[in-house]
Ligand binder design. Structure first.
Ligand SMILES: NC(=O)c1ccc[n+]([C@@H]2O[C@H](COP(=O)([O-])OP(=O)(O)OC[C@H]3O[C@@H](n4cnc5c(N)ncnc54)[C@H](OP(=O)(O)O)[C@@H]3O)[C@@H](O)[C@H]2O)c1
Length: 227
């Protein structure tokens, strides 16, 4: 495929690396090439098969609007825009395109979501759930999109919304902990990412899976098909 990657940052540059290793042709736009989505011109979009976004919360909605309105399929890894999900879904349906998004494209975290779903019933048996997330000091949004996804999973399973505590420390790639405490014991569940490559591999696999498809997909519902 001919992929247009938005963002030359920590994750976007790894997406470019993984895509090249998997023999895709790539083009990359950074912030200076694309202020307010202005680099996403029709001639550029017409020449690519799919766009992958790993930019920043302030940039992602103009990017989505330009790409989807041009009828192109898109994979979005950037976080911090989820209050706009209903509007983006409508846009995708209106333009009959394909769209995959995730707060976390790592296969390990998606397995962790399943574990959280099973353990999330603990509040029904007297456990108080809490979520702790740690990321590098450069991360622009808090709490992380992954922590918010875990909060929703535990709330759906255990009918108690866990509080999220965010820490920003050094160069931590991404650690998420669920702690469930009762009067008698404590249960700890933890996922600790050691490399950003897992995010990049998941995003490229999602792009390959999305080729030729239409519809609005959350990676947590399709990761088993792409992995
Ligand atoms: N879904 C997942 O699996 C996953 C995993 C990791 C991170 N993320 C999310 O992905 C996003 C990026 O994370 P990161 O750690 O890679 O951040 P980062 O290193 O800060 O990279 C962000 C990049 O976006 C670029 N950018 C800003 N506005 C742009 C625009 N209009 N067009 C093109 N590029 C633009 C910036 O360019 P300049 O350097 O030129 O300013 C920067 O290189 C964040 O929202 C993060 O939460 C998601």
């Amino acid at each position: 495929m001919h992929l247009l990657i938005l963002g030359r940052g920590k994750t976007g540059s790894l997406v470019a690396e993984v895509a090249q290793e998997r023999h895709h042709k790539i083009q990359v736009l950074g912030a200076a090439d694309n202020p307010g989505g202005s680099g996403l011109r029709a001639d550029l979009l017409n020449s690519v098969d799919l766009v992958i976004d790993f930019t920043i919360p302030a940039a992602v909605i103009p990017n989505i609007t330009a790409v989807v309105s041009a009828g192109k399929n898109m994979v979005v890894g950037a976080t911090g825009w989820y209050n706009e999900v209903p509007r983006v879904r409508q846009l995708v349906e209106k333009h009959n395109t394909g769209f995959v998004y995730a707060a976390n494209f790592s296969i390990g975290v998606n397995l962790f979501f399943d574990i959280a779903r099973a353990a999330g019933a603990a509040p029904l048996y007297g456990y108080l759930p809490q979520i702790f997330e740690r990321h590098h000091v450069h991360k622009k949004d808090a709490p992380s999109g992954t922590a918010i996804a875990l909060q929703r999973i535990v709330k759906d399973a255990g009918r108690v919304e866990p509080e999220i505590t965010s820490f920003r420390e050094g160069e931590v790639v991404g650690m998420h902990e669920i702690v469930m405490e009762s009067a008698n014991d404590r249960i700890y569940l933890c996922h600790d990412a050691s490399s950003r490559r897992g995010f990049a591999e998941g995003a490229v696999l999602a792009a390959e899976w999305l080729a030729g498809k239409k519809g609005f997909f959350d990676f947590k519902d399709i990761w088993r098909d792409v992995a």
